[in-house]
Design a protein around this ligand. Structure first.
Ligand code: SAJ
Length: 443
């Protein structure tokens, strides 16, 4: 099908869409296209997800406003159907690929899911179809991996099919809102393809659609998250400096940000989640092997990864000040998710902290209001513990009565990884208090 014919069918919402991968990226986008009038086929490897979606329910964990209702509506209207079978893609004219693209322990991208999706799609890809990669990939992946796999049986891009890259910018807890309200880079293998892609996304995106090419789209996505990681690492490094230089990084940050053009991020107990710890490595991978001094981005990852250990160090020193040995103590860890008021535990700094403490012989009790198995009355869990360590700034913790906590803890020590409390509030409650980025010796 010529591109202009596909454009018309997209504009009239006649084009049959497919979304491969119905996770926190694919499911919302499949629902939004279905909700605006397209017929959408969702292809998902996990059969239990397929069943749940076809029953009209969202399999996405956590609080995603409007998503469960939207799944019910579009499934009941017959506009969204989920399957594990790739054969149905043969009748689709636009195929969005939204599969995971993790990195391994050596920071090498693991494209198994992407490779499998492309190898299953290539043989059934309809003539004139448009393939759009929404997954975050290392710059250069479209040219070096995606294109060869789709052309593997002799098909030729821009003749037999069209190809583009439109990275997702979803954020957990705001999936549907962000999908509509956040701008997107629309990278086409040709400017004409980018134009057709923009016509498609215009149906569901109210924000800017910035037309570009694939390498730019790949770079923007990985750079925007590497930028955030470096900014957080800078704040964490300043916190480490303040903790020994007699300062309070939280006050320093507030005053630094009054200087025009400064926007110092928040230091803390570490950097978790599914995007920020991974995307900097995808960016760096694109120039692996080049003789370039790529230092800032890897160093930022190392600084952010150190922060859970820094919190352990604060705890060891505080317990020592209270004549306690952390190896024979019971410690309450407050917060196990990677982000406040979320239930998402992926790459959580708390997981690292708990592992370090347990390797030292410390008994660890975990509380998190959002994680099944760690819920319950905080003070009940605190009772009998020597110390409490705050790793996540859940709203529930902000209102905690520190006098009650002091009565429950036996040392009593409070280590604050997110400046939820203050030295003054803690001292008033009789707690021995340590906070990331605050030099407790400076009074
Ligand atoms: N964090 C800090 N200090 C900060 C900000 C975050 O320590 O100043 C920590 C958080 O505690 C968390 C981790 O970093 O452990 C990541 O937090 P995040 O706010 O970046 O949340 P994410 O991981 O959900 O990031 C997503 C990203 N969105 C996409 O990739 C589409 C990111 O680009 C967004 O900037 C971010 O959401 C957002 O702003 O909500």
């Amino acid at each position: 099908m010529p591109l202009d014919e596909l454009l018309s069918r997209i504009q009239e919402k006649q084009a049959r869409l497919a979304v491969v991968g119905l996770g926190y990226v694919g499911l919302p986008v499949a629902c939004q296209f279905a909700n605006c009038g397209f017929n959408v086929l969702g292809v998902e490897a996990q059969s239990e997800r397929v069943e749940k979606i076809n029953a009209g329910h969202s399999p996405i964990e956590g609080n995603e406003p409007g998503l469960d209702q939207l799944v019910a509506v579009v499934v009941s209207q017959g506009r969204l159907t989920a399957t594990s079978d790739y054969a149905g893609l043969a009748s689709c004219e636009v195929i969005l690929i939204c599969v995971e693209t993790p990195v391994d322990d050596l920071h090498i991208p693991r494209y198994d899911a992407l490779r499998r999706a492309l190898m299953d799609l290539a043989p059934v890809l309809a003539a004139g179809a448009l393939v759009i990669i929404e997954s975050t990939v290392a710059p250069g992946t479209m040219e070096q991996l995606v294109l060869p796999l789709l052309q593997s049986d002799g098909k030729q891009v821009n003749r037999d099919f069209y190809l583009g890259n439109c990275p997702e910018r979803v954020m957990p807890g705001k999936l549907l809102a962000n999908l509509k309200g956040v701008s997107r880079v629309v990278g086409g293998m040709t400017p004409e393809t980018a134009g057709v892609m923009a016509a498609l996304y215009r149906h569901i995106v109210a924000a800017d659609l910035d037309l570009s090419d694939c390498i730019t789209a790949e770079l923007v996505k990985t750079v925007e998250n590497a930028y955030r990681d470096v900014q957080i690492a800078f704040a964490n490094e300043v916190a480490l400096i303040c903790s020994r230089a007699g300062g309070n990084v939280w006050k320093v940050r507030e005053l630094v940000n009054k200087s025009p053009g400064r926007q110092m991020h928040f230091p803390g107990a570490g950097v978790g989640g599914h995007c920020i710890p991974k995307d900097p490595w995808l960016l760096v991978h694109s120039v692996r092997g080049e003789d370039l001094p790529i230092q800032v981005i890897p160093a930022a990852r190392a600084t952010n990864n150190f922060m859970p250990q820094h919190v352990v160090n604060l705890l060891v020193e505080a317990l020592h000040s209270a004549d306690r040995d952390v190896r024979h103590a019971r410690i309450l860890v407050m917060g196990y998710t990677y982000l406040e008021d979320s239930d998402d535990t992926r790459n959580s700094p708390s997981e690292v902290l708990v592992g370090v403490l347990r390797s030292m012989g410390t008994e660890v009790v975990i509380h998190d209001p959002y994680v099944p198995g760690y819920q319950g009355a905080l003070l009940d869990k605190a009772r009998g513990c020597e110390a409490a360590v705050v790793m996540v700034k859940h709203a529930e913790y902000c209102n905690l009565d520190l006098n009650s906590l002091q009565e429950a803890l036996t040392a009593p020590v409070l280590v604050d990884g997110r400046a939820v409390f203050s030295p003054e509030r803690a001292a008033a409650a009789g707690l021995l208090y340590r906070c990331v980025g605050v030099d407790h010796r400076s009074g």
